[in-house]
Design a protein around this ligand. Structure first.
Ligand code: FES
Ligand code: FES
Length: 232
């Protein structure tokens, strides 16, 4: 532990301290963000504007720069870190969210353009009572990922695709989510999970398998800590 953190007042926990450092870093990063314009000119990030965007069914007031991407706003200003940043240039799909029920790369959407539209992130998929979305449940049942960095993007793309084709073949689904990449190359398992998700959406999640967003299975009398301990 560093000398500075040892001297913190007892009321500040290590977790709070680390979160504070992250928040401070993000604020400084946003304030000094510069964007490369054509011919190598840079554009200042100054001039934030307060706007309201609708995220996961709730209006959120947030100061945004005119060049700010939705991924940046979601992660570093609204704390919705389930949306991942991989390439930050529309290649990997890790940042996928739904805008008006259509999957988009949030790293390539300017935040001010989504005013008046409905943004759904991975945090907004569970139902109001905390029950996981069927595609999320299918990922747990099939254990379809390795490091899972790409997982939220795949889930959002799949949920969006299934809105247009609820009963896809494996090949159709593979094509539908081909804009998402997995660095661990776990595509077969991912497709198993997503096909299971399609099945759960059509036929319902089997009784007794429904987890809440905290990982507990109320049907089995679990609490979250028991579930996590079992997975460890
Ligand atoms: S981070 Fe957006 S597509 Fe890779
Ligand atoms: S499971 Fe690791 S990047 Fe996809």
């Amino acid at each position: 532990m560093s000398e500075n953190s040892e001297n913190l007042p007892k009321t500040i926990t290590r977790r709070r301290f680390i979160l504070g450092v992250i928040a401070g870093g993000a604020a400084v990063g946003a304030a000094s963000y510069r964007f490369l314009a054509p011919h190598g000119r840079t554009i200042s990030a100054a001039g934030e504007r307060l706007i309201t965007i609708n995220v996961n069914g709730k209006p959120r007031r947030v100061d945004v720069m005119k060049q700010e991407t939705l991924a940046w706003t979601l992660r570093y200003k609204l704390g919705l870190t389930g949306t991942k940043l991989g390439c930050d240039r529309a290649e990997c799909g890790a940042c996928t969210v739904m805008i008006d029920d259509v999957p988009h790369y949030s790293c390539s959407v300017l935040t001010h353009t989504v005013r008046g539209r409905n943004v759904t992130t991975i945090e907004g998929l569970a139902s109001a009572d905390g029950k996981l979305h069927p595609v999320q449940q299918a990922v747990i049942d099939e254990q379809g990922f390795q490091c899972a960095f790409c997982m939220s993007g795949f889930i959002m793309s799949t949920v969006g695709f299934l809105k247009t084709n609820p009963n896809p073949t494996r090949k159709e689904l593979a094509h539908g989510i081909s804009g998402n990449l997995c660095r661990c190359q776990d595509y077969n398992k991912i497709l198993d999970a997503m096909m299971r998700g399609a099945e759960y959406m059509r036929d319902g999640v089997p009784a007794g398998r429904t987890l809440t967003a905290t990982g507990a299975n109320p049907a089995a009398g679990d609490d979250a800590s028991m579930v996590l301990a079992r997975r460890a």
